[in-house]
Each structure stands twice: as C-alpha cells, then as structure tokens.
Design a protein. Structure first.
Length: 584
C-alpha cells in the first residue's frame, strides 16, 4: 500500500502553485496475520466499549487483506515519536505538546506525543525510532522481481544497494545483478553480536557467506548512528566489539579482503558549536569508545563514515544563509583562520578531519553516508531547493577540488539521501524527515536529478495501480466537539507531516486538515471501511476533496509490492564516487 497522485505533471515541469504533490511518504508495513472479514469487524457492544475508552473508533490493530508489509518500531529506550497536532503555534524544535480537545478555526500546528497504546499501528514490531532514523530489527518485504528491476532500477542506472538490515528475499533478488551491496546491522543487534563470536559468525554466515558467490558485497555498516547524542551510553559499549566480531567472522569466511566494516556516525558525534572546522572535536563522553573504534578502523585500513544532515544544521544555525548550504556563491565566506568556506559540505568534511586529527588519525579516509535535502514538511523544504542542493553537491564534487584541509582529495564515497520518501521515519527532528526522496512513495520523480551528466529526466516507476477513487473525510453533520482526539490519533498512526508549517498542505484550514488526516489513515489501511469511522465523525466519499492539497489514494497490492520492493533497498546513480542512497 502507498500513496498516489493523479494527473501528476511531467518531471521537470514544476509543481503548480495551487496544488501539492503526493509526497506522503513510503515506508515498510509490518505484515501480520490476515483475518477474515467477520473477524475484523467488532460488535456494537465492543465498539461502545472502545468509545468509552476514548479509542475514537480507530481500528489501529486491524490486519487488512490486500496489504503488504507494515511495521512500527517501538522502544522504551528511545525518544517518543512525534506527530502533528493542533491547535496553537508551532512548538520549539524538539519540544512536546499536548492535544487540545476543541477544534481551532484555522490550521495551526505543534508537535505532540504519540497516542496511547490503544492506537497501535497494525503489524507493530519491536525496535525503536529516533531522530529520523529507524532503529531495531527491521522486517524487510520480499525482494524486487526481475521485471521491476528491469523496469525501474536499470533504466535509472542503479549500481548500488544499501540495506539497513539483511533480508534473504532482497539478497536473493540481487544475486547475479552486479549491483554492489552494503548491508546494515541495526543497533538492536549490537549487544548480541558484541557478546558472542558465535553469534557474529552465524550472522555473517546467514546474511553474507550464503550469498557471497553471487552478490557483490562492499560494506557491512555496523549500527545506525550508535553514537547519537540522544542515545547516551546505550549502545557505546557494544559498537567496537560487535564490529570486531563481524570482522573476525569475515576473516574466517575468507571474505575480509573483499568486504569492509564501517560504523555510521552522526554529526553530533563531534562537537562544533561554532561551525568552524578548526574547533571540532569528538564529544568527551565518546572519547574512550571513539579511540577504540578509530584504532580498529586504522588497524584494518577501514574508512570513517559520517552522516550529514544539512537541513537540520540549517535550521539550527540561523546565522548561516541558505546559499551556504546550496553551494551558491557567497560574498562573505565563513573564515576559519587562513581557510575560507563557502559551503556547508566542505566545512563538515574538514570538521571531521579536525576531529580525526585531534584523535591521532589525520590520514583516515572518510565516507559521507548521508547528504540530502527534504522536499516537504517544513519551511524551505521544497523540490526546487532540494534540486538545487543535489545539483550543487554533484557539481561541487565533479570539480575534484577537495577541501581546504584535504586539497584535491574527495570523500571515498558520498551518498545522496534519499531515493524515496518514507512515511515511517521518526519526526522528532521535524516532519521533513519523511520527505527526502527524489521520488515520491509511488516512484514518481519530483525533479530533475543532475548526476554529473547534466540535468536529465528520471524514469518513473511503471505500471503503478491505485485503489478506487474513494476518500475518507470529516462529516460536518456530526458532533465534532471531540474530533481533536481522533485527529491526533489519525496523524500519529498515519502521516500528517505535509500539514506542518511550511508543508505543501499547511494552508488547509479546519476541518479540511482533519479530513486529510482521516483520509491518510483510511488509505494506509487499504480503504477498509472500518478504518473510516473515528467515532462516526467521518464518511466515505467519491468526490475528490483535493483543493490546494492532494488527498492521496492507496497503491494496489501488486503495484505496491513491486514498487516498494524495487525502490525500498536501493542507492542510485554512481558518478565520481557519488551515490544516491535509500536506506531500508
């Protein structure tokens, strides 16, 4: 299942000012046991009990037919998942708000914590969400078929794949394709892999050795930013032992010369409040572990991987202009001693160089594991700006000028984030986290992508089928005094990020914004009738409610399966060591 737009303009033609693209995002869906129709419907007595408990008529735990994998990560050790709710002005970044029980006269939003456990997303799985990264053991959908690979991946010159977690289906489909593969190890596996060499050996055997003869593995990414500041010491003790045990297992399997081990590190792994590269150093609380990691990497000739988030940096550093992040000419570059920086990317690379130098590893190679710009969900998150960023970065790397501290030296690899939107990403950093895709959730390109050969049209996903033209909207003839609870629950279990301030649908007033939330939930549940209830406050209509904001339709199972499985695992466009990346 996914979201769809109809009458979408051609790539490069721009989006009409009076409409928004279908940029509600792609995400995996945890696959539960399918129930018979009679088992999905509740009796009046049970439904009445739900209303008394304040469930709002939402069937969050319903397993629907014609659906592919849905999932939700939950962890008490991670930050609370946020959603958009109203009323009131936007809350400061990273703060929490509480839903108010009366509808506002117009659309005004703030962040609010997730609803109680009464509203689980169906197919929930253990794990966690934080900071726009998915943690926990991810359950990947079946791998893409040959027809889909030929119809989308090959026409778009997809040479590399990065999986956030190993999947036998995905690896089997990639066998014999010549596509280079990076396999991720979720943070949830760090402890067991660190605790036992046998566990690490078993993981390598099951996920690497079995496929090594036909799959071109390049890296194993241990952890998903395990040093993130919000994690504290939670994962630190296990990172290096887990990486070392995996390296030992690769050596035993005679694969260590072909497959390298890396550890993705967030930019808050090092301190650089002034944004001057010469002032950067690793955080004091990670110094000991970082020293062990860098020694491990150096002894094995492995690179340091950093994941950049230019948009988050732009939001936090108001003294730096947008041009600085988009590689535009600046009349006043940032001065750092004798060095001058006219873009965020070079400054970030040199900040890492400085931190590595201060730690005694000045010559270590660097991989940029993430660099991208969102297209929705916040002010300055648009397809046009994202295109400027992508084009600017590609052109900048094509010059091969390097940075002031590493002249003529490029990062070993740079991954542009990302291929697809993701409606399951955590929004604690902002709703924009779900809208980094070059393609919409249904495989339609949002803008031209310059991959080093000049702007060119991308090939859209073929043969995408959509559900019938039916939408779930608010029923204005019903008592809506408590509709805010249903609205908040729908957003928490769906995706309302386009309603955020600056988002493509932020202009919707009440009750249109509530209708958007209800419809999003309804489509996410494959138009199952019970998913358009919400205490009887909504109804199903065949009249398209899209006015200045696209109300999406769900993708049919066959199309959703092939599309999600085609795009859900791939990095695209290799040029000068530059890759577009989508992490599953």
């Amino acid at each position: 299942m996914g979201w769809a737009s109809r009458g979408r303009p051609q790539v490069g033609g721009g989006w009409p000012a009076s409409s928004c693209s279908a940029r509600a995002a792609h995400g995996e869906r945890g696959e539960g046991k399918r129930k018979k129709k009679g088992e999905r419907k509740k009796g009046k007595r049970e439904r009445g009990k739900e209303k008394k408990r304040g469930v709002g008529g939402i069937r969050g735990d319903v397993d629907c037919p014609n659906s592919h994998v849905r999932k939700q990560h939950n962890s008490t050790s991670e930050r609370t998942k946020y959603s958009v709710c109203w009323p009131g002005p936007p809350a400061p970044h990273g703060t929490r708000g509480n839903a108010v029980q009366s509808p506002p006269p117009a659309a005004a939003f703030r962040t609010c914590p997730s609803p109680p456990a009464a509203f689980p997303r169906r197919g929930a799985a253990t794990g966690g969400l934080r900071g726009g990264r998915e943690l926990g053991l991810r359950v990947l959908p079946p791998a893409p078929g040959a027809k889909v690979v030929q119809g989308l991946l090959l026409p778009n010159s997809v040479p590399r794949v990065r999986l956030a977690a190993a999947s036998s289906d995905a690896l089997s489909a990639l066998a014999g394709t010549g596509v280079t593969v990076t396999v991720g190890v979720p943070d949830a596996l760090l402890r067991p892999l660190a605790s036992s060499t046998k566990t690490a050996a078993a993981w390598v055997h099951d996920n690497i050795t079995r496929y090594a003869s036909s799959v071109r593995f390049e890296y194993i990414a241990v952890g998903d930013e395990p040093f993130l500041l919000s994690h504290g010491q939670h994962f630190q003790p296990f990172v290096v032992p887990a990486a070392a045990n995996i390296k030992k297992a690769l050596t035993a399997a005679k694969l260590s010369t072909k497959i390298k081990v890396v550890v993705p590190c967030s930019t808050d792994t090092y301190q650089n409040a002034s944004m001057l590269p010469s002032k950067a150093s690793f955080r004091p609380d990670v110094n000991k572990t970082m020293g062990e990691l860098l020694s491990f990497l150096s002894n094995n000739s492995l690179p340091f991987m950093v994941e950049l988030d230019p948009f988050l940096s732009f939001q936090h550093h108001k003294n730096l202009s947008l041009d600085y992040y988009l590689f535009q000419l600046m009349s006043h570059p940032v001065k750092d001693g004798q060095n001058k920086y006219d873009n965020y990317f070079d400054a970030s690379i040199d900040a890492v160089v400085t931190a590595l130098t201060n730690a005694g590893f000045s010559d270590m190679d660097i991989i940029v594991g993430r660099a991208g710009w969102p297209t929705d969900g916040a002010v300055n998150a648009t397809p046009a700006i994202a295109q400027s960023f992508m084009t600017g970065l590609v052109n900048h790397l094509a010059k091969k000028s390097g940075t002031p501290l590493r002249l003529k030296v490029l990062p070993v690899e740079t991954y542009l984030f990302s291929l697809l939107d993701e409606d399951q990403r955590n929004t604690a950093s902002g709703g924009y986290e779900r809208h980094h895709g070059i393609f919409t959730f249904d495989g339609q390109a949002k803008y031209y992508a310059n991959i080093g050969q000049g702007p060119k049209s991308l090939k859209n996903a073929p043969d995408v089928g959509y559900f019938p033209s039916k939408w779930c909207v608010i029923d204005n003839n019903k008592d809506l005094s408590n509709v805010s609870a249903s609205f908040s629950a729908a957003c928490s279990n769906g995706d309302c990020t386009v309603l955020s301030p600056g988002g493509s649908c932020s202009g919707l007033g009440w009750p249109s914004n509530v209708s958007y939330a209800f419809n999003n939930y309804y489509q996410q549940h494959d138009q199952i009738e019970d998913s358009c209830d919400f205490n009887g406050q909504c109804l199903i209509t065949t009249v398209d409610p899209s006015v200045d904001c696209l109300f999406p339709l769900a993708i049919r199972t066959s199309a959703a399966t092939s599309l999600h499985l085609t795009l859900a695992n791939v990095s695209v466009f290799s040029f000068l060591g530059l890759h577009f990346l989508f992490i599953v």
